[in-house]
Write a protein that binds this ligand. Structure first.
Ligand SMILES: NC(=O)c1ccc[n+]([C@@H]2O[C@H](COP(=O)([O-])OP(=O)(O)OC[C@H]3O[C@@H](n4cnc5c(N)ncnc54)[C@H](O)[C@@H]3O)[C@@H](O)[C@H]2O)c1
Length: 253
């Protein structure tokens, strides 16, 4: 028996990385999975995929309505679509800033809005946003990305406040640095700062997409029936505190 048997899930950013891992894991646990992305997935066999931009409100509302009409319900949404962006703000154009907020924050809001009619009608649902450890604290060069992800964390908590009385849960996953195409495109192998970032993860490695999908599986399942309004770091200890290598200096390792 799967942990999501009979549940209907919608995943944005489903063509790559964390979203793709959620699609595979949810399907393996018995869910009927719908995925959207602006990119084409390499393998979406057995699932329903639609090409869609998360910032397109009309397309998102139509997709939410289409799933509800076909399946009679929407139990889970995972909002994994997102982009990396940043730089100290004196180097940024407002257009660059706005694009990041549009996709990461407004896109998340619209993705949630699209499934709310179904969730409100059935008086249940699990909303899982993909924020970041960068939404919990600052980071050199983060700026626009951190602001967008901090917004996702508080949006999620607010959704938990607004819709808890209707039986709908909302939680944010805050991944550490996860080995996905987004990370590979951003960090050069062997660079000092890539090694420094690995060092901030107390498990001394980047995470894997399936480790984020495992957390999403828990939050989407009935095992999390009393969990709402949480920003859950899944980050190998990145957010536990600062790491300067002092443990090694004390001969701890
Ligand atoms: N990889 C990491 O280290 C990391 C860490 C923390 C949070 N996250 C977040 O996890 C989520 C997934 O990232 P990932 O690492 O899997 O990256 P990824 O690049 O592998 O996947 C992101 C997907 O989002 C899609 N996307 C981008 N803009 C879109 C748009 N406007 N409409 C629809 N789809 C769009 C992309 O096409 C891509 O398939 C993102 O929100 C990211 O910010 C990633």
């Amino acid at each position: 028996m799967g942990r999501l048997d009979g549940k209907v899930a919608h995943v944005t950013g489903a063509a790559s990385g964390i979203g793709e891992a959620c699609v595979q894991r949810f399907a393996a646990e018995g869910a009927i999975v719908y995925g959207t992305d602006i990119a084409e997935p390499t393998d979406f066999a057995g699932h329903d995929f639609s090409s869609l931009d998360v910032t397109d409100e009309a397309a998102q509302m139509a997709q939410g309505a289409r799933i509800a009409e076909k399946q009679g319900r929407v139990d889970i949404v995972v909002t994994a679509a997102g982009i990396a962006a940043g730089g100290p703000i004196h180097t940024l154009s407002v257009a660059d800033w706005q694009r990041c907020q549009d996709i990461n924050l407004t896109g998340t809001m619209v993705s949630i809005k699209a499934v709310l009619p179904a969730m409100l009608a059935q008086r249940s649902g699990s909303i899982i946003t993909v924020a970041s450890v960068e939404g919990l604290e600052g980071c050199e060069g983060g700026s626009t990305y951190n602001a967008s992800k901090g917004g996702v964390v508080l949006l999620t908590k607010n959704v938990a406040c607004d819709y808890g009385p209707s039986g709908i849960r909302a939680n944010a996953i805050c991944p550490g640095f996860i080995d996905t195409p987004m990370l590979r495109d951003t960090l050069v192998d062997g660079s000092d700062f890539k090694n420094a970032i690995i060092g901030q993860h107390k498990l001394r490695r980047f995470g894997e997409s399936h480790e984020i999908a495992s957390a999403a599986l828990f939050l989407g399942s009935d095992d999390a029936s009393f969990v709402t309004g949480v920003a859950l770091p899944v980050d190998g200890g990145y957010n536990a505190g600062h790491a300067y290598g002092l443990g090694e200096a004390f001969g701890q390792m």
